[in-house]
Design a protein around this ligand. Sequence first.
Ligand code: WT7
Length: 646
Amino acid sequence: MSELYPVPPDFAADAGIDKAQYEARYADSVHDPEAFWADVAQRLDWITPPTRIKDVSYARDDVHIRWYEDGVLNVAANCLDRHLAERGDKTAIIFEGDEPDDTRHITYRELHGEVCRFANALRHLGVGKGDRVALYMPMVPEAAVAMLACARIGAIHSVVFGGFSPDSLAGRIADSTCKVVITADEGVRGGKKIPLKANVDAALERDGTRSVETVVVVQRTGAGVHMQSPRDRWYHSLIEGQSEDCAPEPMNAEDPLFILYTSGSTGKPKGVLHTTGGYLVYVSYTHACVFDLKEEDVYWCSADVGWITGHSYVVYGPLANGATTVMFEGVPSYPDASRFWNVVDKHKVTLFYTAPTAIRALMREGDAPVTRTSRRSLRVLGTVGEPINPEAWEWYHRVVGDERCPIVDTWWQTETGGILITPLPGATDLKPGSATKPFFGIQPAVVDADGKPLEGACSGNLVITDSWPGQMRTIYGDHQRFVDTYFSTYPGNYFTGDGVRRDEDGYYWITGRVDDVINVSGHRIGTAEVESALVAHAQVAEAAVVGCPHDIKGQGIYAYVTLISGVEPSDALRDELIGWVREQIGPIAKPDFLQWANALPKTRSGKIMRRILRKIAENQPEALGDTSTLADPSVVEVLVQERLSQ
Ligand code: WT7
């Protein structure tokens, strides 16, 4: 039995949703989803309120997902304009720069003005409804401004994380034929500069990027960058003289809002497409419920806007709710390991949301960097991105939260748009390491390898049996891949790709990916992507990549590499290959371990047996399992010996 942390009674007394309300509302939400989600949709301002609430089919030959399909609204108007009367002078964004003395407060009125000016500028550049705009930005307020400006004029943004390489950026620009790229001269994180504009220049030399007409450059560090005329334009000159009025484009609820690329188990990254109405309803509602949001809260999610967490829970959810959201440009360890907690004290942060990898890294620095700060303002702590180990959970609870603050361990995915399995802080008794219970309207099920639903306490694969408004609608440009990836493994269900255990109390414990996706520090890396980067190197014949346990990152990247004949392994070549992957994809995909392999374990039909490679990487040769289907079992013995001698 794992330890239970009951809802603190004084927290429950003030909470928006208590235990009884959670039970009742959950029952309503799954009993009559249409009525439930029609009601929740009223939290937004609609130009035309929806009358058709849900039209969904998960049938393999006809997968379609539509919510609020006759509703009309604008996301930017919901995040800005409607707050002006009551909250015009309230802080919308607190910007905390990489250096601790670099802080800016932006009110809703100011943010509205800036978004309108930039939206007008984009319109002048010829950007209109349905056009794609790539963002390759640091964590500065202009990133949120650019997202909202796109939403205001109906352009579809595609944010590419600033840590991705020029090649990765080029691939994403090409896949969705972006017309404009918005970037900055440089990014700065942990005192280090990232040459964003130079990376964009390099990306735009790659094939397939001809669609780009304009590059908009935000001045962040003032570094000298090459501006290519007439393609490159400064953000500050573009918005100069633009009006602070800009009529929001009326958007159908099912018009696309954004594309966000994420790694899958095969092939190139998928352009996950989210639409307007359902997405905004879902992220604003989950944000309000999961964090027990109150008007005076100061909310801080430490994620980068390059990931879905940054979209849903730094920008759209909080701003739709009229909350104050902190945008942090830096890293937890700079200038020192107290940074997070100093920022909490400085801005009196009440709700704090971060990743297990950050918690583990800070835990390693000991308690002192935490306990020398106050943290009295904190009410709720959250985690997202990967399973949190109970030791890290307990440290977060005891040392960071002084045993006062409920922890919401929120399970979700780029594809789900918002949080699906999570505690509600005033309603759910907590178990360290469990994401606990489904959110309203979410119907998880556990199925075995054959798709048979399992009852009660069990372990298996996590599927969701019915839709919710925040669900992705398709893979941009490839609906068949959407169907194949998510609706074919367990027909009639959305397959998450995660393994799960459900305990005797109906609590869910996510056990990690069951496909060939590695979760490194809460970021998804497809093994196939790293493998194809490796084999693109002239001296590599073959490569296989698997995940392995990593103390801080959760999972690390373990690569097995077979060199072409005549090339000898060396430490210099190992470093070169690791650097090569970093250059091809970006620093987050850099292998942590690289083992030379004379040959890889394959079945007689030539399929690489990753299960075996995973066990070798985990250093558990005794758990290799059945190796009788291998074409040449001696291959494994050699790899095990070499692993042990490392
Ligand atoms: C994968 C999704 C959701 C935003 C960040 C990651 C893992 C996510 C949890 C959690 C256990 C988690 C899953 C999921 N994951 N949150 N609370 N507990 N695992 O988004 O890059 O789309 O990755 O992250 O494996 O499938 P993503």
